[in-house]
Design a binder for this molecule. Structure first.
Ligand code: CA
Length: 246
């Protein structure tokens, strides 16, 4: 059953440049739960263009494992999965108290499914076949909304980070920060006083399929120290990194 029709692929290619120019300046980890290979592959490629780090799973069991193991900023969730229903994943997620924005996908153009999805705690809904551009626009909107309701501005030792506007300042002066630096700084500041290992920081940055360069974290920590002061981020040899005290 081909959900994405061939003209959607041409549409997709024509819009590569558009997608690239519209990308936002921060890496976010997304979980895609979709058993249709063609659609899953299309979504993963599209999200990759917008600087998302993407994990793709194809059934309920793998989705539950992924959600237990990793921290996601967004979820794209298909309803019909080989070993169960997307509603089940959504229900478990919400009853675990996780308010990660969820966009549901379905092949059924049926109002009752839409209502059920939204009632179960989905944040948005898209019926197949859909244009990739629309999916990306809806995800951007979810991110903005999540940013709005997310944590207030983080503040550690005179450095402030606003998760909603993606702005960083030191002693009130704006500091220009790259997307990976921002992601690293955010996880450190969210865990103020705690030591995070390099692996925990890498986990925030990458999807399972992305190649991790061994010194990426060190390079960005170095960059952050240059901008925020060399003592702002503490290195605990053989353990990890920390900002602030508990
Ligand atoms: Ca399906």
């Amino acid at each position: 059953m081909p959900y994405i029709e061939s003209h959607d692929y041409f549409f997709f290619e024509r819009n590569l440049i558009k997608c690239l120019s519209g990308k936002e300046n921060i890496i976010m980890r997304v979980l895609v739960i979709e058993d249709d290979k063609i659609i899953g592959d299309g979504i993963v490629q599209g999200l990759g263009l917008e600087d998302y780090a993407v994990d793709w799973v194809e059934d309920v069991e793998s989705a539950e494992t992924a959600l237990d193991t990793n921290e996601y900023g967004l979820i794209v969730l298909d309803i019909g999965l080989p070993d169960g229903s997307g509603f089940q994943v959504l229900k478990n997620l919400r009853s675990a108290g996780k308010d990660i924005p969820v966009l549901m996908l379905t092949a059924y153009d049926d109002l009752s499914f839409k209502v059920k999805g939204l009632d179960s705690g989905a944040d948005d809904y898209l019926i197949k076949p859909f244009k990739l551009e629309e999916l990306l626009a809806r995800l951007r909107a979810l991110r903005r909304r999540a940013g709005g309701r997310a944590t207030p501005i983080l503040d550690v030792d005179g450095v402030t980070l606003d998760p909603a506007t993606k702005k960083v300042a030191k002693d009130g002066e704006g500091v220009s920060i790259g997307p990976k630096e921002f992601a690293i700084l955010q996880i450190l500041m969210e865990n103020k006083g705690k030591v995070l290992t390099k692996a925990q920081i890498e986990d925030r940055l990458y999807g399972w399929d992305m190649e991790i360069e061994s010194n990426t974290v060190e390079v960005h920590i170095h960059g952050l120290r240059k901008k925020l002061g060399k003592d702002f981020i503490e290195t605990l040899r053989h353990v990890g990194y920390r900002v602030g005290s508990e």
